[in-house]
Design a protein around this ligand. Structure first.
Ligand code: TYD
Ligand code: MG
Length: 447
C-alpha cells in the first residue's frame, strides 16, 4: 500500500497541501500552514487507514448487530442511537463549561452499573478533583481514573476496559509528533492512535473535545472525519438547559435531540421538554405565541416571546435570542409589506423561552403571530398553537410531521392550531388551515 501523505496542513481546518501556502484555500486562514510532521504512528503504520484485507462479496457479510453499551441515561442513549458501540469512537464536543465532563461521569456510573469496566483518562483535572466530583454526583464505584496526557501511557493503561473516556483530546500529546498539545498534528495523531486501539480491542471510546466560539472543534475540524459519531453538547452558562445533538452518526440517526438540565447534583434528563418550556408561560399577554418543532421523532412545543418598542431613529434594533436574526428581519418585512403591520419605527426583541434554539422554518408562523400580537396588543388565544412556514409573499406553508406536532400540542392541552394547508389532524383539536398570513392574524384576540 503506497500512500502519499501531504507534508503541510492548515492548522485551522486541517486542509492538506503538498507545499506551504500563504492562505488556506479551504478556510481562508492566513499563515496557518504547518508541517504535518507525524502522520506515522510509532510502529510505522500509516495512521487512520485500515490494514489491507482481500476483497469480499458484500452480500456474504452479515448485517452487524452492534453491541450497544447503554449508558442508562435515556437522553444520551437515544442520541447515540441506542448506546455506545464497541470498537467505535464518539466525539463529545462542546464549549468549556457546557457539562461534558459531568455527562461522562454520569454515563460512567450507568455503564459500570451494568458490570462494564470504564476508564476515565483525565488530561485536564487531577484524579482527586475528578474523584471529588464523582462523590458529589454519586453512583461511581468501579470506574477507574488515570491522570495523564502522554498517549503512549494512556494506551498502555487502556487495556482491559469496555469503555475509555478521554477528557479531553486537546490535552493528549504524542512525543513522536511535532506541535503543542491541541495542535492539528497532535490532536489528529493522538485521536488516530486512540481510534486504532478502540477498533483493535473492541473498546468503546468517548473523546471529549472543546469547541471554540465559532463552533470549530479545537480550531481543526480534523477529528470529525476520524470518528464514528460527533455529538455536540450545548447550553448557555446562565441557563440550566443543555441540549445534546448528533452532527454525524455512523450507527444511528442524526435528528435526535437529548435534553438535560444542569442542577446542583449534575445533569437531570428532561423527558418532557415541551412542559419544561411552557411551564412559565404567561397566557393572555400580548407578544407570546406557541410553536412546535420536530426534533428527530419527537415534537417539542415552545413559547416565542416578542417585545416591540418605539424607536424613531434611523436604525431600529432587531434582537433575536434562540432564533436567527435574519429570520426575524425577513418576517418583520413580510408583516410590513403583506399584512400592514408596521415595524419600521420600532425596536423588536424576540426570544425563545427557556433558552432553547428554534431554527426550523416551522416556527415562522408563531413568530409572526407573536410580533403581530405585540404591535396590536391583541393576545394570541391561550389554547392556540401556530405551526407553519411563512413565505415572502405572506403565504403560509405546511411543514413536515404535522401529525406528530399536533399530537404533542393536543397532549399539552392545546385545542386549536393554525397551520399551513395540510391534512392529518388528531382528534380533539380544531385546525385552522390557512393559506395567507393575514388569515392567521385574524385569530388574534381583539379587545
Ligand atoms: P463540566 O462538566 O466541568 O463542563 P465541561 O467539562 O464541559 O467543561 O461542568 C460545567 C459546569 O457545570 C461547571 O461550571 C459547574 C456546573 N455543574 C453544576 O452546576 N452541577 C454539577 O453537579 C456539576 C458537576 C457541575
Ligand atoms: Mg471538562
Amino acid at each position: 500500500m503506497s500512500v502519499a501523505r501531504a507534508p503541510m496542513s492548515c492548522s485551522e481546518c486541517g486542509y492538506q497541501a503538498s507545499q506551504w501556502r500563504g492562505r488556506c484555500p479551504q478556510c481562508g486562514a492566513w499563515d496557518s500552514f504547518v508541517k504535518e510532521g507525524g502522520l506515522r504512528a510509532a510502529g510505522g503504520a500509516v495512521v487512520g487507514l485500515p490494514t489491507a484485507a482481500p476483497p469480499v462479496a458484500l452480500a456474504s457479510i452479515e448485517a452487524a448487530a452492534h453491541d450497544r453499551l447503554a449508558t442508562g441515561m435515556g437522553e444520551f442513549d437515544r442520541v447515540l442511537g441506542g448506546g455506545l458501540v464497541r470498537g467505535s469512537v464518539v466525539l463529545l464536543a462542546g464549549e468549556p463549561g457546557a457539562g461534558k465532563s459531568t455527562l461522562c461521569l454520569q454515563a460512567a456510573a450507568g455503564l459500570e452499573a451494568k458490570g462494564l469496566r470504564v476508564l476515565l483518562v483525565c488530561g485536564e483535572e487531577s484524579v482527586d478533583q475528578v474523584a471529588a466530583r464523582a462523590r458529589r454526583l454519586g453512583g461511581i464505584r468501579t470506574t477507574q481514573a488515570f491522570s495523564g496526557t502522554r498517549i503512549d501511557e494512556v494506551l498502555s493503561h487502556a487495556e482491559g476496559f469496555d469503555v475509555v473516556v478521554v477528557d479531553s483530546i486537546q490535552t493528549m500529546s504524542d512525543p513522536d509528533l511535532t506541535g503543542e498539545p491541541g495542535s492539528v498534528t497532535q490532536v489528529r495523531g493522538c485521536a488516530s492512535a486512540l481510534a486504532r486501539h478502540a477498533r483493535d480491542s473492541s473498546v468503546a471510546l468517548l473523546l471529549v473535545g472543546h469547541v471554540t466560539k465559532d463552533g470549530a472543534i479545537a480550531g481543526p475540524r480534523v477529528l470529525e472525519h476520524l470518528v464514528d459519531a460527533v455529538l455536540t453538547f450545548e447550553g448557555d452558562r446562565g441557563q440550566s438547559l443543555r441540549t445534546l445533538r448528533s452532527a454525524k452518526n455512523r450507527f444511528g440517526g442524526t435528528a435526535e435531540l437529548g435534553v438535560f438540565e444542569m442542577k446542583a447534583r449534575g445533569l437531570v434528563e428532561v423527558a418532557d421538554a415541551s412542559r419544561l418550556f411552557l411551564a412559565d408561560r404567561h397566557v393572555g399577554v400580548p407578544g407570546s405565541a406557541v410553536g412546535c418543532l420536530l426534533e428527530g421523532r419527537r415534537a417539542v412545543a415552545l413559547e416565542i416571546q416578542s417585545l416591540v418598542a418605539p424607536n424613531d431613529g434611523p436604525h431600529p434594533r432587531r434582537v433575536a435570542h434562540g432564533l436567527e436574526r435574519e429570520r426575524l428581519e425577513v418576517l418583520a418585512a413580510v408583516l410590513q409589506q403583506r399584512a400592514h403591520i408596521d415595524l419600521s419605527k420600532s425596536d423588536v426583541f424576540v426570544r425563545v423561552a427557556g433558552g432553547f434554539r428554534a431554527d426550523e422554518p416551522a416556527v415562522d408562523l408563531a413568530l409572526a403571530l407573536a410580533l403581530a400580537s405585540s404591535v396590536t396588543g391583541a393576545p394570541v388565544p391561550p389554547d392556540l398553537v401556530a405551526i407553519g412556514e411563512v413565505g415572502l409573499a405572506g403565504d403560509v406553508r405546511a411543514v413536515p410531521g404535522i401529525g406528530t406536532r399536533l399530537g404533542e400540542c393536543a397532549r399539552l392541552g392545546f385545542r386549536r392550531a393554525v397551520v399551513g394547508r395540510s391534512a392529518s389532524v388528531p382528534d380533539g383539536m380544531k385546525v385552522h388551515a390557512v393559506a395567507e398570513l393575514g388569515d392567521a392574524l385574524g385569530l388574534l384576540v381583539r379587545a
